[in-house]
Write a protein that binds this ligand. Structure first.
Ligand SMILES: Nc1ncnc2[nH]cnc12
Ligand SMILES: [Zn+2]
Length: 334
């Protein structure tokens, strides 16, 4: 079995995927056309050509511009179905999707329009491909804590459909400590908690996410490598890191994939997973992330299996429901 087939055969969970970041330019234009929305680019090719980023902010500016094409419930449904179809082809058995309601409510789209479309797709993906999924509401950290609290208020009637909360957008200058009260409230509500930390921000933001927000996983976390005590803690406590290698190269966190520290994190005993982040913008869905990283860093099939196992263990799915996935994983010869 070649590497690509092996990676696709691994039952895996995707734990770091912004659904708005799976909006391919073709669909962006289709939706913009059917909704009468003007885009800053005049063709699919010009849009792809604009995807040359120098850092996180240069990406976010385009990502928010592209999201303006999403208006109707069926747009969110179509977006998520296109993602699930690709995820299924990549061997994803379970996906925890981030969505950014503030990006849409700020444009006058109802919170329910976003949630209804995504949730309908989750049900359809389960029926069509047997993929299980969860929705994680992400707060935009460049906005105020008050704005986040107002968004949580809108989410309250729908908490049966929202599994957890996260923190994303511009990291530098917006530490987890800015959202102390918001996440305390989310914990009281029994929501699962994650946060982006240590993507561009310093290791201290990872410590804050753990100690002040009470996160169960760290999204990215690659800058933990700069702090030996934090590395030892992450290994000891087996806090999962949802690492996104192709994203990190596109956003210049690492200049080349060969320089990525994923293997260093893995060798230090951290619970590393591989994910795609914003695949439409970064040039690869989850299987591509596994394959390219394995080639660049010389990961063995045993290590790839470990990473897939980590993703299943770190998911927010009850233990009993994961059992069939572990059995399939164990049965896969290396
Ligand atoms: N990689 C990333 N970091 C922070 N916020 C994001 N929103 C979408 N992708 C993101
Ligand atoms: Zn992300």
């Amino acid at each position: 079995m070649d590497l690509d087939a092996f990676v696709r055969a691994l039952p895996k969970a995707e734990l770091h995927l912004h659904i708005e970041g799976s909006l391919e330019p073709e669909m962006m234009f289709e939706l913009a056309c059917r909704n009468g929305v003007a885009l800053p680019w005049d063709s699919v090719e010009a849009t792809r050509a604009a995807y040359a980023f120098s850092d996180l902010q240069s990406f976010l500016d385009l990502y928010y511009a592209g999201a303006a094409a999403l208006i109707q419930e069926r747009d969110f449904f179509d977006l998520a179905m296109a993602y699930f179809e690709r995820a299924h082809a990549d061997g994803v058995v379970h996906a925890e999707l981030f969505f950014d309601p503030q990006t849409h409510t700020a444009r006058g789209i109802a919170f329910e329009t976003v949630l209804d479309g995504l949730e309908r797709a989750c049900g359809e993906a389960q029926a069509r491909w047997g993929i299980s999924s969860r929705l994680i509401l992400c707060f935009l950290r460049h906005l105020s804590e008050e704005d986040g609290l107002a968004t949580l208020q809108q989410a309250l009637p729908h908490l049966a459909r929202i599994h957890g909360v996260g923190l994303d957008s511009s990291e530098k200058g917006h530490p987890p400590s800015k959202f102390l009260r918001l996440f305390a409230r989310c914990r009281e509500l029994g929501l699962h908690i994650v946060a982006h930390a240590g993507e561009e921000g310093p290791p201290a933001y990872i410590v804050e996410a753990l100690d002040l927000l009470g996160v169960e996983r760290i999204d990215h976390g690659v800058r933990a490598a700069e702090d030996a005590a934090l590395m030892a803690r992450l290994a000891r406590e087996q806090v999962a890191l949802t690492v996104c290698p192709l994203s990190n190269v596109k956003l210049c966190v690492f200049q080349r994939l060969e320089q990525h520290n994923l293997k260093q994190l893995l060798d230090a005993g951290l619970k590393v997973t591989i994910n795609s982040d914003d695949p439409a913008y970064f040039g690869g869905y989850i299987a591509q992330n596994y394959v390219d990283t394995a080639r660049a860093l010389g990961l063995s099939r045993v290590e790839l299996k470990r990473i897939a196992r980590n993703s299943l263990e770190a998911s927010f799915v009850p233990e009993a429901l994961r059992q069939p996935w572990f059995e399939r994983l164990d049965a896969l010869p290396v």
